[in-house]
Design a protein around this ligand. Structure first.
Ligand code: GLC
Ligand code: CA
Length: 515
């Protein structure tokens, strides 16, 4: 597999296209709006973009319900506008991943309409159907009573997202197909065609939605791993530079499947939420990081010491970071995010501390996620500079608070989170040890104690990262002398008697001599 060089030093910015920048005043973000703001993203020190699905869709799950994979959703622009976005990204030396949703389509997709027909046709086996209307596929919700065809169709997420058929790992019912059945193989080839189309158009790769979920009843993921290996082999032949990042949460499996990097998931066993989003988050100053570190280390060991797990500041599925982490502690949280292996992902607006907007009605299947998807706040003009539509035409209402943060105010304040992140990304860019592939070793992490300390090593350099979001002065044993600080927030750490002592609410990245 090709190493994708740019990925190793990448810092991503996640763009939720409907909420980023509306260039034509219809209340919804669009490609031209994103183009207008690329310099802003670059200036933040982000080198790459992950754009959420932007394909034709009835938008019952904000675009994760694709109706036509080959067509940009008209509300964002045309395919040509999207290509122009790719060009503008590349002109700035940046890269862009599209969001591939291979597990399911919208129930309005033409494949599904054909698949619902009683008469056999090329799409009969495109989705997971049982042969009995009253029997749902085991372990799945199903659509029943909507087709001329006899059978129930499995769904992956919402009821309008029928599951595509990539086969069962060990089929044991007559309607279950194997992964090498013609139907399952045709689905995979169709997905490769889609990837081919957008890679030819100029995108740099894909973030893959629910990548772990394709082959059914695949407990050890062997079938799904083999499927992605097949995809990687195709990419190596035709698009060796295509970058692949999975929403999977088990790097030992996804990396075997040929993904370059895997996301740390905010649900499941990762303990990510212990750090950022729980009653007492670690970065809130009174929590625990030890379970997170345990799970992180186990995953890292299982994947051969590769730390290629991407840790996001947030995303369109979780409550905003700013709800739980306040003030200067947000800077400490970013000093963590930007010093961990794997590519960090910054969710749009987190860099200015955008808030979770409470009390909104659900928009496009957002439900409780809607409050994390509100329009980006650029400045103090109408609609916070998001666009010129009437306020009631906005895709999601803006944060109504009079003191809502904006990019303009953050840029003007030299102590803002935004300017701190610019500093952090610049330092990360200058030190390969801090980037994706640098080694990590946890130095101090004790249950319910502070600080969290680890070293990052690479390219002949070793850097000690110390994070103390608590209100206490704390210390930990450390055998080596501290060299110069490449970054500090709050007071500088002090080393004496074999111990490093750090002040309340401080963070630092220090050079250490490699022993
Ligand atoms: C992923 C997406 C989420 C979507 C779901 C179903 O988890 O991040 O937004 O609703 O998949 O496609
Ligand atoms: Ca628009």
């Amino acid at each position: 597999m090709n190493e994708v060089k740019w990925l190793e030093s990448a810092v991503f910015y996640e763009i939720y296209p409907q909420s980023f920048k509306d260039s034509n005043g219809d209340g919804i973000g669009d490609f031209n709006g994103i183009i207008e703001k690329l310099d802003y993203i670059k200036d933040l020190g982000c080198t790459a973009i992950w754009m959420n699905p932007c394909f034709d869709s009835p938008f019952l799950d904000a675009g994760y319900d694709v109706r036509d994979y080959y067509k940009a959703a008209p509300r964002y622009g045309t395919n040509d506008d999207m290509k122009r976005l790719f060009d503008e990204v590349h002109k700035r030396g940046m890269h862009i991943l599209l969001d591939l949703v291979p597990g399911h389509t919208s129930w309005e997709h033409e494949w599904f309409r054909q698949s619902c027909k009683a008469a056999p046709n090329p799409y009969t086996d495109r989705y997971i159907w049982t042969d009995n209307t009253w029997e749902a596929p085991e372990g799945m919700n199903a659509l029943i009573g909507i087709s001329e065809r006899v059978g129930a169709c499995g769904v992956n997420f919402f009821s309008h997202q029928p599951a595509l058929n990539y086969g069962y790992y060990r089929p044991h019912k007559p309607w279950q197909q194997s992964t090498d059945s013609p139907g399952a193989k045709a689905t995979l080839e169709a997905m490769k065609d889609i990837m081919r189309f957008w890679l030819k158009a100029g995108c740099d790769g894909f973030r893959v939605d629910m990548a772990h979920s394709l082959v059914k009843q695949d407990e050890d993921s062997k079938g799904t791993i083999a499927l992605w290996q097949d995809v990687r082999a195709f990419l190596d032949r035709e698009f060796p530079d295509a970058a692949m990042v999975s929403e999977w949460g088990e790097p030992d499996k996804s990396l075997q499947g040929g993904f370059h990097m895997d996301f740390l998931l905010h649900f499941g066993p990762s303990h990510y939420n212990d750090l950022f989003r729980c009653e007492h988050p670690f970065f809130g100053g009174g929590g625990d990081a030890s379970e997170f570190v345990k799970a992180y280390t186990a995953n890292r060991d299982k994947s051969g010491g590769k730390g290629l797990m991407c840790i996001p500041s947030g995303n369109h599925d979780m409550t905003r970071l700013a709800k739980y982490i306040h003030g200067g502690r947000r800077k400490i949280a970013f000093a963590f995010l930007l010093s961990m292996p794997g590519a960090p992902f910054i969710y749009y607006g987190d860099e200015i501390g955008m808030r979770y907007v409470e009390g909104l009605y659900s928009v496009e299947g957002g439900y409780e996620r809607t409050g994390s998807r509100s329009p980006m706040q650029w400045d103090d003009t109408a609609n916070a500079g998001f666009g010129s539509s009437p306020a009631d035409k906005l895709y999601i209402p803006l944060d109504p608070s009079p003191d809502r943060p904006t990019v303009k105010a953050a840029q003007a304040d030299k102590n803002s989170l935004l300017n701190e992140i610019r500093k952090l990304t610049a330092i990360r860019a200058a030190h390969p040890a801090l980037q994706s592939r640098g080694d990590i070793e946890f130095v101090y992490c004790v249950k319910n104690e502070y600080p969290l300390a680890y070293t990052r090593t690479g390219d002949g350099e070793k850097i000690l990262v110390v994070l103390n979001p608590s209100d206490r002065e704390v210390s930990f044993p450390f055998a080596q002398a501290l060299g110069d600080a490449i970054y500090t927030y709050g007071d500088h750490a002090v080393r004496s008697d074999g111990k490093v002592t750090v002040k309340p609410q401080s963070a630092g990245w220090y050079r250490v001599a490699d022993a």
